[in-house]
Ligand binder design. Structure first.
Ligand SMILES: N[C@@H](CCC(=O)N[C@@H](CS)C(=O)NCC(=O)O)C(=O)O
Length: 202
C-alpha cells in the first residue's frame, strides 16, 4: 500500500491530487505543518531535512515532489500522463516540469517565509518585493504557453501536478496579475477537477 507523509497547505497536495487522479489506494500520514511534527526524529528518518512530501511504496522511500510525481507516473500510471520519449512534446514536458521547482517555487518560498513563517520583526519588505517581482516574471512565459491549451502541454500530464499547483499558489499569494487571463483560466480549470480540489483541501 502506498503511504504519503503529508502536511496541509504544502506540496504534498500535488501528490494527493495525482494519487486521486490515478485512483490509487493510499494511506495518509497527516502531520501538522509545525517544526514539532516535521523535525521529529521519526520524520527526519524519512526526510533528513524534515520536509514533505515523502512517499513510501513497500521498500521504497522517496522525497522531492517532482521525483514522487515521476515515480508514480512511471510505476503506477499504465503509461498515461507523460509523453513518450520520442514525442515532440517530450522536451517541453521536461522543460516545464523542471521549471516549477527551478524558477517558480523559489520566489514563492521566499514570499511564504516573509509573510507567514518568520516572526514579524524578521520579515523584510525589500526581499518580499523582490520575490514578488521575480514570481510575476517567472509566470509570464507560462501565461503565454497556455494560449490555446487546456493544460501545460495540451493534455493533462505530470507537468500540471507540479506547475498547476505552483500557479494555484501564485494566485493565492496575490502574484498573478489580472491580465494573465490564460493562467487564471488554467487555475479555474484545475479547480473544477475533483481530484485537484481534494489535493489542495486535504
Ligand atoms: N523541493 C522540495 C521542497 C520540499 C519542501 O520544502 N516542502 C515544504 C512544504 S511545501 C516543507 O516541508 N517545509 C517544512 C520546513 O521547511 O520546515 C519538494 O518539491 O518536495
Amino acid at each position: 500500500m502506498l503511504k504519503l507523509h503529508h502536511a496541509p497547505n504544502s506540496r504534498a497536495g500535488r501528490i494527493v491530487w495525482l494519487l486521486e487522479e490515478l485512483q490509487l489506494p493510499y494511506e495518509l500520514n497527516r502531520m501538522e505543518f509545525s517544526p514539532k511534527a516535521l523535525k521529529s526524529d521519526e520524520h527526519r528518518a524519512r526526510h533528513p531535512l524534515g520536509r514533505v512530501p515523502v512517499l513510501e511504496d513497500g521498500e521504497v522511500m522517496i522525497y522531492e515532489s517532482g521525483a514522487i510525481v515521476e515515480y508514480l507516473i512511471s510505476r503506477h500510471s499504465d503509461g498515461t500522463l507523460k509523453p513518450a520519449v520520442n514525442s515532440p512534446l517530450f522536451p517541453k514536458y521536461l522543460q516545464w516540469f523542471h521549471y516549477c521547482e527551478g524558477m517558480v517555487m523559489p520566489p514563492i518560498n521566499t514570499i511564504v517565509v516573509h509573510t507567514l513563517l518568520l516572526p514579524p520583526e524578521r520579515r523584510n519588505e525589500e526581499t518580499l518585493g523582490q520575490a514578488k517581482r521575480l514570481l510575476v516574471k517567472a509566470l509570464e512565459p507560462l501565461n503565454e504557453n497556455m494560449a490555446g491549451k487546456d493544460y501545460m502541454i495540451g493534455d493533462l500530464s505530470g507537468v500540471d501536478f507540479m506547475l498547476g499547483h505552483a500557479c494555484y499558489m501564485s494566485r493565492r499569494v496575490g502574484c498573478m496579475p489580472e491580465d494573465m487571463t490564460q493562467l487564471h483560466a488554467y487555475v479555474k480549470r484545475l479547480e473544477a477537477r475533483p481530484a485537484f480540489e481534494k489535493g489542495i483541501k486535504t
